[in-house]
Design a protein around this ligand. Structure first.
Ligand SMILES: [Ca+2]
Ligand SMILES: [Ca+2]
Length: 425
Protein backbone atom coordinates (compact mmCIF):
# COMPACT_ATOMS: atom_id res chain seq x y z
CA UNK A 1 0.00 0.00 0.00
CA UNK A 2 1.38 3.34 -0.94
CA UNK A 3 1.21 5.67 2.03
CA UNK A 4 0.14 8.50 -0.23
CA UNK A 5 -3.00 6.63 -1.14
CA UNK A 6 -3.72 6.02 2.47
CA UNK A 7 -7.00 7.62 3.46
CA UNK A 8 -8.00 9.15 6.72
CA UNK A 9 -10.90 6.69 6.91
CA UNK A 10 -8.53 3.75 6.67
CA UNK A 11 -6.35 5.34 9.30
CA UNK A 12 -9.29 5.64 11.70
CA UNK A 13 -10.20 2.03 11.04
CA UNK A 14 -6.69 0.86 11.88
CA UNK A 15 -6.66 2.93 15.04
CA UNK A 16 -9.99 1.39 15.99
CA UNK A 17 -8.74 -2.15 15.43
CA UNK A 18 -5.54 -1.54 17.34
CA UNK A 19 -7.17 0.12 20.29
CA UNK A 20 -9.99 -2.43 20.48
CA UNK A 21 -7.88 -5.53 20.06
CA UNK A 22 -4.78 -4.58 21.95
CA UNK A 23 -3.07 -7.91 21.70
CA UNK A 24 -0.89 -10.27 19.74
CA UNK A 25 -0.79 -9.97 15.98
CA UNK A 26 -2.56 -6.65 15.73
CA UNK A 27 0.42 -5.24 17.62
CA UNK A 28 3.00 -7.40 15.91
CA UNK A 29 5.97 -5.59 14.47
CA UNK A 30 6.62 -6.48 10.88
CA UNK A 31 9.90 -5.11 9.66
CA UNK A 32 8.72 -4.78 6.09
CA UNK A 33 5.24 -3.53 6.91
CA UNK A 34 4.08 -0.59 4.81
CA UNK A 35 4.02 2.76 6.52
CA UNK A 36 0.52 2.60 7.92
CA UNK A 37 1.44 4.76 10.88
CA UNK A 38 3.16 7.49 8.93
CA UNK A 39 1.87 10.92 9.88
CA UNK A 40 -0.14 9.57 12.78
CA UNK A 41 -0.35 12.28 15.36
CA UNK A 42 0.05 10.43 18.58
CA UNK A 43 -3.44 8.94 18.59
CA UNK A 44 -2.03 5.64 19.68
CA UNK A 45 -1.39 5.67 23.42
CA UNK A 46 2.27 5.81 24.28
CA UNK A 47 3.41 3.82 27.25
CA UNK A 48 5.11 5.48 30.15
CA UNK A 49 8.69 4.38 29.85
CA UNK A 50 9.79 4.40 33.44
CA UNK A 51 13.19 2.82 33.53
CA UNK A 52 14.03 0.71 36.54
CA UNK A 53 17.34 -0.33 35.11
CA UNK A 54 19.66 -2.15 37.41
CA UNK A 55 22.45 -2.48 34.89
CA UNK A 56 22.35 0.39 32.44
CA UNK A 57 25.79 0.53 30.88
CA UNK A 58 27.67 3.77 30.47
CA UNK A 59 29.65 5.02 27.53
CA UNK A 60 33.35 4.48 27.22
CA UNK A 61 34.11 8.11 26.56
CA UNK A 62 32.24 11.06 28.00
CA UNK A 63 32.58 14.39 26.27
CA UNK A 64 33.69 17.24 28.51
CA UNK A 65 31.89 19.90 26.48
CA UNK A 66 28.47 19.47 24.95
CA UNK A 67 28.06 20.92 21.47
CA UNK A 68 24.63 21.75 20.11
CA UNK A 69 23.02 19.03 18.04
CA UNK A 70 23.81 19.63 14.37
CA UNK A 71 21.28 19.64 11.57
CA UNK A 72 21.67 16.86 9.04
CA UNK A 73 21.12 16.64 5.30
CA UNK A 74 20.65 13.46 3.28
CA UNK A 75 22.35 13.54 -0.14
CA UNK A 76 21.24 10.99 -2.71
CA UNK A 77 24.02 8.59 -3.71
CA UNK A 78 21.92 6.13 -5.73
CA UNK A 79 18.23 5.57 -6.30
CA UNK A 80 15.85 3.48 -8.36
CA UNK A 81 17.22 0.30 -6.81
CA UNK A 82 15.07 -2.72 -6.01
CA UNK A 83 14.65 -2.97 -2.21
CA UNK A 84 18.16 -1.99 -1.10
CA UNK A 85 18.50 -3.27 2.43
CA UNK A 86 22.11 -2.94 3.60
CA UNK A 87 25.26 -1.00 2.76
CA UNK A 88 28.86 -1.61 3.73
CA UNK A 89 32.40 -1.53 2.37
CA UNK A 90 35.14 -4.06 1.67
CA UNK A 91 37.92 -2.22 3.50
CA UNK A 92 40.23 -2.82 0.55
CA UNK A 93 41.09 0.75 -0.35
CA UNK A 94 38.80 0.79 -3.37
CA UNK A 95 36.30 3.14 -1.71
CA UNK A 96 33.47 1.08 -3.16
CA UNK A 97 30.12 0.74 -1.43
CA UNK A 98 28.37 -2.63 -1.52
CA UNK A 99 24.60 -2.43 -1.38
CA UNK A 100 22.61 -5.59 -0.71
CA UNK A 101 19.20 -5.83 -2.34
CA UNK A 102 16.65 -7.85 -0.48
CA UNK A 103 15.87 -10.26 -3.31
CA UNK A 104 19.44 -11.54 -3.35
CA UNK A 105 21.72 -9.20 -5.24
CA UNK A 106 24.70 -7.16 -4.10
CA UNK A 107 25.37 -4.03 -6.13
CA UNK A 108 28.50 -1.91 -6.28
CA UNK A 109 28.69 1.86 -6.09
CA UNK A 110 32.19 2.54 -7.35
CA UNK A 111 34.76 4.92 -5.92
CA UNK A 112 33.36 7.67 -8.15
CA UNK A 113 29.86 7.22 -6.81
CA UNK A 114 28.51 5.39 -9.86
CA UNK A 115 26.07 2.52 -9.34
CA UNK A 116 27.26 -0.40 -11.45
CA UNK A 117 24.70 -2.23 -13.57
CA UNK A 118 26.23 -5.68 -13.21
CA UNK A 119 25.74 -7.07 -9.71
CA UNK A 120 28.71 -8.08 -7.61
CA UNK A 121 26.68 -11.13 -6.58
CA UNK A 122 23.30 -12.47 -7.66
CA UNK A 123 21.90 -15.31 -5.57
CA UNK A 124 18.24 -14.64 -6.18
CA UNK A 125 17.76 -18.33 -6.93
CA UNK A 126 19.04 -19.26 -3.46
CA UNK A 127 17.36 -16.55 -1.40
CA UNK A 128 13.81 -17.11 -0.17
CA UNK A 129 12.16 -13.75 -0.62
CA UNK A 130 9.99 -11.76 -0.03
CA UNK A 131 7.12 -13.00 2.13
CA UNK A 132 6.91 -11.37 5.57
CA UNK A 133 10.51 -10.63 6.63
CA UNK A 134 12.38 -13.04 4.36
CA UNK A 135 15.24 -12.15 2.05
CA UNK A 136 18.91 -11.20 1.94
CA UNK A 137 19.68 -9.14 5.04
CA UNK A 138 23.34 -8.19 5.20
CA UNK A 139 26.86 -8.65 3.90
CA UNK A 140 30.13 -8.53 5.86
CA UNK A 141 33.60 -8.50 4.36
CA UNK A 142 36.46 -10.35 6.00
CA UNK A 143 38.73 -8.08 8.07
CA UNK A 144 41.46 -9.67 5.94
CA UNK A 145 39.57 -9.22 2.69
CA UNK A 146 42.54 -7.86 0.76
CA UNK A 147 44.29 -11.20 1.19
CA UNK A 148 41.38 -13.65 1.56
CA UNK A 149 38.87 -12.13 -0.91
CA UNK A 150 36.19 -13.64 1.34
CA UNK A 151 32.90 -12.14 2.38
CA UNK A 152 29.79 -13.37 4.18
CA UNK A 153 26.08 -13.02 3.62
CA UNK A 154 23.01 -13.63 5.80
CA UNK A 155 19.81 -14.68 4.10
CA UNK A 156 16.78 -16.93 4.31
CA UNK A 157 16.47 -20.07 2.22
CA UNK A 158 13.69 -22.62 1.90
CA UNK A 159 14.57 -26.27 1.80
CA UNK A 160 11.89 -28.99 1.68
CA UNK A 161 9.28 -26.43 2.76
CA UNK A 162 11.37 -25.45 5.80
CA UNK A 163 12.53 -21.85 6.08
CA UNK A 164 16.19 -21.64 7.11
CA UNK A 165 18.50 -18.89 8.25
CA UNK A 166 21.79 -19.18 6.45
CA UNK A 167 25.21 -17.58 6.83
CA UNK A 168 27.42 -18.27 3.82
CA UNK A 169 30.95 -17.47 2.74
CA UNK A 170 31.79 -16.43 -0.82
CA UNK A 171 35.02 -15.56 -2.60
CA UNK A 172 35.56 -12.82 -5.14
CA UNK A 173 36.88 -13.71 -8.60
CA UNK A 174 39.98 -12.21 -10.24
CA UNK A 175 37.65 -9.40 -11.28
CA UNK A 176 37.23 -7.34 -8.10
CA UNK A 177 33.70 -6.40 -9.13
CA UNK A 178 32.46 -9.97 -9.57
CA UNK A 179 31.98 -12.59 -6.85
CA UNK A 180 32.32 -16.30 -7.59
CA UNK A 181 28.81 -17.82 -7.55
CA UNK A 182 30.29 -21.29 -7.22
CA UNK A 183 32.33 -20.45 -4.15
CA UNK A 184 29.49 -20.58 -1.62
CA UNK A 185 30.27 -22.40 1.60
CA UNK A 186 27.43 -22.62 4.09
CA UNK A 187 28.92 -21.57 7.41
CA UNK A 188 25.86 -21.84 9.63
CA UNK A 189 22.26 -22.81 8.97
CA UNK A 190 19.29 -23.30 11.27
CA UNK A 191 15.52 -23.63 11.05
CA UNK A 192 13.13 -20.69 11.29
CA UNK A 193 9.81 -21.54 12.93
CA UNK A 194 8.08 -18.54 11.31
CA UNK A 195 8.85 -16.11 8.50
CA UNK A 196 9.24 -13.07 10.75
CA UNK A 197 11.91 -12.17 13.35
CA UNK A 198 14.94 -13.53 11.54
CA UNK A 199 17.41 -10.99 12.85
CA UNK A 200 19.61 -9.70 10.07
CA UNK A 201 22.89 -8.01 10.82
CA UNK A 202 26.24 -9.72 10.50
CA UNK A 203 29.45 -7.84 11.25
CA UNK A 204 33.00 -8.52 12.32
CA UNK A 205 33.88 -7.27 15.75
CA UNK A 206 37.15 -5.60 16.73
CA UNK A 207 38.24 -9.08 17.85
CA UNK A 208 37.98 -10.48 14.33
CA UNK A 209 35.04 -12.72 15.14
CA UNK A 210 31.78 -12.71 13.18
CA UNK A 211 28.77 -11.47 15.16
CA UNK A 212 25.32 -12.53 13.96
CA UNK A 213 21.94 -11.13 14.95
CA UNK A 214 19.19 -13.73 15.10
CA UNK A 215 15.55 -13.03 15.87
CA UNK A 216 13.40 -14.97 18.31
CA UNK A 217 12.16 -17.07 15.40
CA UNK A 218 8.86 -15.32 15.05
CA UNK A 219 5.24 -15.51 15.83
CA UNK A 220 4.19 -12.92 18.36
CA UNK A 221 5.44 -12.50 21.91
CA UNK A 222 8.13 -15.18 21.49
CA UNK A 223 5.76 -18.16 21.97
CA UNK A 224 8.68 -20.60 22.39
CA UNK A 225 10.53 -18.34 24.86
CA UNK A 226 13.57 -18.56 22.60
CA UNK A 227 14.99 -15.24 23.78
CA UNK A 228 15.61 -16.61 27.27
CA UNK A 229 16.66 -20.12 26.24
CA UNK A 230 20.37 -20.88 26.01
CA UNK A 231 19.60 -24.09 24.11
CA UNK A 232 18.69 -22.29 20.87
CA UNK A 233 20.44 -19.89 18.53
CA UNK A 234 17.21 -17.89 18.19
CA UNK A 235 16.82 -14.53 19.95
CA UNK A 236 20.56 -13.96 20.26
CA UNK A 237 23.72 -12.24 19.19
CA UNK A 238 26.08 -15.04 18.15
CA UNK A 239 29.88 -14.83 18.02
CA UNK A 240 31.79 -17.33 15.90
CA UNK A 241 35.25 -17.69 14.41
CA UNK A 242 35.00 -18.03 10.64
CA UNK A 243 38.45 -16.83 9.69
CA UNK A 244 41.23 -18.61 11.57
CA UNK A 245 42.54 -22.05 10.77
CA UNK A 246 40.78 -23.46 7.76
CA UNK A 247 37.20 -23.85 8.91
CA UNK A 248 34.77 -25.28 6.38
CA UNK A 249 32.13 -23.90 8.70
CA UNK A 250 33.22 -22.17 11.91
CA UNK A 251 34.66 -22.70 15.35
CA UNK A 252 33.44 -21.38 18.70
CA UNK A 253 35.82 -18.98 20.45
CA UNK A 254 36.98 -20.54 23.72
CA UNK A 255 36.11 -17.38 25.64
CA UNK A 256 32.49 -17.23 24.53
CA UNK A 257 30.39 -16.79 27.68
CA UNK A 258 28.47 -20.07 27.63
CA UNK A 259 31.22 -22.42 26.51
CA UNK A 260 31.18 -25.15 29.13
CA UNK A 261 27.65 -24.39 30.33
CA UNK A 262 25.70 -27.63 30.18
CA UNK A 263 23.02 -27.54 27.49
CA UNK A 264 23.91 -24.06 26.28
CA UNK A 265 24.91 -23.26 22.72
CA UNK A 266 28.50 -22.11 22.75
CA UNK A 267 27.88 -19.75 19.82
CA UNK A 268 25.80 -17.44 22.02
CA UNK A 269 27.37 -14.08 22.84
CA UNK A 270 24.29 -12.28 24.23
CA UNK A 271 20.65 -13.22 24.66
CA UNK A 272 17.17 -11.95 25.52
CA UNK A 273 16.66 -10.31 22.12
CA UNK A 274 13.50 -10.18 20.05
CA UNK A 275 14.58 -9.03 16.61
CA UNK A 276 17.91 -7.22 16.69
CA UNK A 277 17.65 -6.26 13.03
CA UNK A 278 20.72 -4.02 13.07
CA UNK A 279 23.71 -3.71 15.38
CA UNK A 280 27.10 -2.09 14.91
CA UNK A 281 30.49 -1.57 16.48
CA UNK A 282 31.85 1.91 17.08
CA UNK A 283 35.00 1.76 14.96
CA UNK A 284 36.87 3.99 17.41
CA UNK A 285 35.87 2.57 20.79
CA UNK A 286 34.69 -0.94 19.89
CA UNK A 287 31.43 -0.40 21.78
CA UNK A 288 28.42 -2.25 20.38
CA UNK A 289 24.98 -0.73 19.79
CA UNK A 290 21.96 -2.96 19.21
CA UNK A 291 18.61 -1.86 17.85
CA UNK A 292 16.04 -4.42 19.02
CA UNK A 293 12.60 -4.21 17.41
CA UNK A 294 9.80 -4.18 19.98
CA UNK A 295 6.52 -6.04 20.18
CA UNK A 296 3.66 -3.65 20.79
CA UNK A 297 4.92 -0.87 23.03
CA UNK A 298 8.61 0.07 22.93
CA UNK A 299 11.50 0.09 20.47
CA UNK A 300 14.91 -0.10 22.10
CA UNK A 301 18.59 0.64 21.72
CA UNK A 302 20.93 -1.43 23.86
CA UNK A 303 24.58 -0.75 24.49
CA UNK A 304 27.45 -3.12 25.15
CA UNK A 305 30.79 -1.59 26.14
CA UNK A 306 33.87 -2.89 24.38
CA UNK A 307 35.05 -4.25 27.73
CA UNK A 308 32.15 -6.71 27.78
CA UNK A 309 32.98 -10.39 28.00
CA UNK A 310 29.53 -11.31 26.70
CA UNK A 311 26.64 -13.11 28.33
CA UNK A 312 24.36 -10.09 28.63
CA UNK A 313 20.66 -10.82 28.96
CA UNK A 314 18.80 -8.00 27.21
CA UNK A 315 15.50 -9.04 28.73
CA UNK A 316 13.13 -10.27 26.03
CA UNK A 317 10.55 -11.67 26.65
CA UNK A 318 10.59 -10.97 30.36
CA UNK A 319 10.70 -7.34 29.34
CA UNK A 320 9.97 -5.26 26.28
CA UNK A 321 12.41 -2.40 26.49
CA UNK A 322 12.13 -0.90 29.96
CA UNK A 323 8.67 -2.40 30.63
CA UNK A 324 7.67 -5.79 31.95
CA UNK A 325 6.16 -7.77 29.09
CA UNK A 326 2.56 -8.89 29.61
CA UNK A 327 2.92 -8.27 33.32
CA UNK A 328 2.85 -5.36 35.75
CA UNK A 329 5.96 -6.56 37.57
CA UNK A 330 8.78 -8.88 36.65
CA UNK A 331 12.08 -10.10 38.01
CA UNK A 332 14.70 -7.84 36.45
CA UNK A 333 17.65 -9.40 38.24
CA UNK A 334 20.60 -9.73 35.92
CA UNK A 335 18.97 -8.01 32.97
CA UNK A 336 20.72 -5.35 30.92
CA UNK A 337 18.13 -2.70 30.12
CA UNK A 338 18.24 -0.45 27.09
CA UNK A 339 19.95 2.94 27.04
CA UNK A 340 17.06 4.35 25.03
CA UNK A 341 13.48 3.49 24.14
CA UNK A 342 10.67 5.12 22.21
CA UNK A 343 6.99 4.37 21.93
CA UNK A 344 4.29 4.11 19.36
CA UNK A 345 3.77 7.83 18.77
CA UNK A 346 7.25 7.97 17.20
CA UNK A 347 7.61 4.67 15.39
CA UNK A 348 7.07 0.93 15.39
CA UNK A 349 10.25 -0.73 14.10
CA UNK A 350 13.70 0.47 15.12
CA UNK A 351 16.66 0.34 12.75
CA UNK A 352 19.90 0.50 14.71
CA UNK A 353 22.64 2.53 13.05
CA UNK A 354 26.24 3.56 13.60
CA UNK A 355 28.37 6.00 15.52
CA UNK A 356 29.69 8.58 13.09
CA UNK A 357 33.49 8.42 12.93
CA UNK A 358 34.09 10.01 9.55
CA UNK A 359 36.35 12.97 8.96
CA UNK A 360 34.21 15.15 6.69
CA UNK A 361 31.62 16.38 9.20
CA UNK A 362 33.10 17.27 12.55
CA UNK A 363 29.69 18.20 13.98
CA UNK A 364 28.52 14.60 13.61
CA UNK A 365 31.52 13.15 15.42
CA UNK A 366 30.67 10.57 18.07
CA UNK A 367 26.92 10.66 17.56
CA UNK A 368 25.11 7.33 17.35
CA UNK A 369 22.52 7.47 14.55
CA UNK A 370 19.40 5.31 14.40
CA UNK A 371 15.97 5.47 12.79
CA UNK A 372 12.49 4.04 12.66
CA UNK A 373 11.90 1.94 9.59
CA UNK A 374 8.21 2.72 9.43
CA UNK A 375 7.93 6.42 10.28
CA UNK A 376 11.28 7.39 8.81
CA UNK A 377 12.34 9.41 11.85
CA UNK A 378 16.11 9.66 12.25
CA UNK A 379 17.63 10.32 15.66
CA UNK A 380 20.96 10.82 17.33
CA UNK A 381 22.04 9.48 20.70
CA UNK A 382 25.05 10.51 22.77
CA UNK A 383 26.27 10.11 26.29
CA UNK A 384 26.69 13.34 28.21
CA UNK A 385 28.08 13.05 31.69
CA UNK A 386 26.74 9.53 32.10
CA UNK A 387 23.30 10.32 30.70
CA UNK A 388 22.13 9.23 27.27
CA UNK A 389 20.55 12.11 25.38
CA UNK A 390 18.56 11.72 22.18
CA UNK A 391 17.62 14.16 19.46
CA UNK A 392 15.36 13.86 16.43
CA UNK A 393 17.16 15.11 13.35
CA UNK A 394 14.39 14.66 10.81
CA UNK A 395 11.16 12.89 10.02
CA UNK A 396 12.30 11.52 6.69
CA UNK A 397 10.13 10.07 3.91
CA UNK A 398 12.26 6.91 3.86
CA UNK A 399 11.85 3.32 4.99
CA UNK A 400 15.25 3.27 6.66
CA UNK A 401 16.27 -0.38 6.46
CA UNK A 402 19.90 0.19 7.42
CA UNK A 403 22.75 2.52 8.12
CA UNK A 404 26.27 1.73 6.99
CA UNK A 405 29.76 3.17 6.69
CA UNK A 406 32.22 3.59 3.87
CA UNK A 407 35.91 2.88 4.37
CA UNK A 408 36.50 6.32 5.84
CA UNK A 409 33.67 6.12 8.33
CA UNK A 410 31.30 8.35 6.39
CA UNK A 411 27.71 7.40 7.10
CA UNK A 412 24.92 6.29 4.76
CA UNK A 413 21.29 5.27 5.07
CA UNK A 414 19.44 2.79 2.91
CA UNK A 415 15.78 3.31 2.00
CA UNK A 416 14.05 0.04 1.17
CA UNK A 417 12.02 2.14 -1.26
CA UNK A 418 15.07 2.31 -3.53
CA UNK A 419 17.70 4.84 -2.48
CA UNK A 420 21.04 5.17 -0.74
CA UNK A 421 21.76 8.50 0.93
CA UNK A 422 24.83 10.02 2.51
CA UNK A 423 24.42 11.69 5.88
CA UNK A 424 26.08 15.08 6.27
CA UNK A 425 25.66 18.13 8.42
CA1 LIG B 1 11.61 -16.30 11.84
CA1 LIG C 1 15.57 -5.60 25.95
Amino acid sequence: MNKRTFTFAAFLMIIFVLSWQFTALAQEQIVFLPQIFKNSSGTIPQPTATSTATATPTATATPTTVPAWPDITLDVVADGMNQPIHVTNAGDGSNRLFVAQREGRIRIIDGNGQLQTTPFLNIEDRVECCDSELGLFAVAFSPNYTSTQQFYVHYTARIDSQTKSRISRFTTTADPNVADLNSEQIVLEFDQPANNHNGGQIAFGPDGYLYIATGDGGGSGDPQDNGQKLTTLLGKILRIDVETGSPATYTIPADNPFVGTAGARGEIWAYGLRNPWRFSFDRTTGDMYIGDVGQGRLEEISFQPTSSTGGENYGWNTMEGSLCFNATTCDQTGLTLPIHTYGRSLGISVTGGNVYRGSQYAALQGIYFFADYVTGRIWGLRNVGGTWEDHEFTNSPYNVASFGEDENGELYIVDLGGGVYKVRD
